[in-house]
Design a protein around this ligand. Sequence first.
Ligand code: CAO
Length: 410
Amino acid sequence: MLDTAKEVRVPDIGDFEMVDVVEVLVQPGHVVAIDDPLITLETEKASMEVPSTVSGKVREVLVKVGDQVGEGAVIAVVDAEDGSAEQPDAPAAAEQAAAPLAAPAPAREPATVATPDRSPKPHASPAVRRAARISGIDLRDIEGSGPHGRILKEDVDAFARRRSAVETQASATIDFSRFGEIEIKPLSRIRAAAARNVHRAWTSIPHVTQHDEADITELESFRKVEGQKVKEHGLRLTLLSFVMKAVVGALREYPDFNASLGADGTELILKKYFHVGIAVDTPDGLVVPVIRDVDRKSLLDLARELADVSSRARAGKMRLDEMQGGCFTISSLGGIGGTAFTPIVSAPEVAILGVSRAKLAPVYRDGAFEPRLMLPLSLSYDHRVIDGAAAARFTTHLAHLLSDVRRLLL
Ligand code: CAO
């Protein structure tokens, strides 16, 4: 008899070698179509569904929740519906397998179940399943209030609130409610993962922060004039695009800042490309999309890309590969406020620039005080790689570039 079995494997997962399986969406007996999600993978930065590249009945599932898988690992064996043992690679399927994974995947119906029915996954969109996962909730515990019992985001939120109240009573070592009203808010998965990462970076990297300020009076006049012109085309030219350009100028001048420490700590890997991570504040926690080849982009290209990535980051729609490969990170709190802060280096990078709110200050120039617009800069660096003197030179050069918009644009 012809063996119709066909394996579905983990496709290209970017720079990650191994990622966690957080959800298995099919079981033996399920009937799947091409593109039906089989499993969900998750890193600390994003989650993604792996679609089937074969249509047919699932014969065997070879992964389980908690496994770690890499590119090429067999997820499931599917009895191909057309009966061919080795189907010629359909272009769409091959392309799908090779393409980097996107998060979150577009909404699809769960796989249908052949007889006998093996308790299919509850009906819920990928976005709702992701929300449940972030809060560590099993959707089978929830009764859906949507059409045909579909589980809605509100159902997940309500369940999380009820569970929190119960857990608090059971596990809090200190009952703060004895002293006044409290509310318990579960940490999102992204926030919990970020907490682990910053803790690891803070405890493993000897941090020092160098503070400086740049006179951006002229840059700001230029930005206002140019910003007004591009505003008519729906584009916001904020200071951040200029800071990105200046950072590239400083990285060129001081290449040790565009580097990572080798695994055994005896060599420095210098990067010849300029990919800059931008910290974006989102409802689920901090996300750091990476803007590639900043050296080759114009201010307007950068402004456009910033608007795009920050809105997609806030909507949870960044692809995994868009958050990888950064050389240096900028964390700008200038739109919010503050005078200085100490950002934490995003390992394996060796430095991060914090930007606070620019303000008018009296600066002594040519025998008199003048009102100048000063931008606070806070550069945290890995002291294993960078000395204090190098950091002071880096921020001085950065301030110099920002103070002279002509040099910056050259
Ligand atoms: N000084 C004065 N004003 C500033 C400024 C600065 N340094 N930086 C931005 N602004 C102004 C902008 O020009 C804008 O003004 P308008 O509303 O008049 O246009 C306003 O503040 C809001 O800016 P923005 O924050 O929307 O845009 P941005 O390009 O400066 O920043 C982004 C984009 C995505 C980086 C930002 O929105 C964000 O998420 N910041 C938070 C990052 C964060 O949480 N970092 C901490 C991480 S822990 O290390």
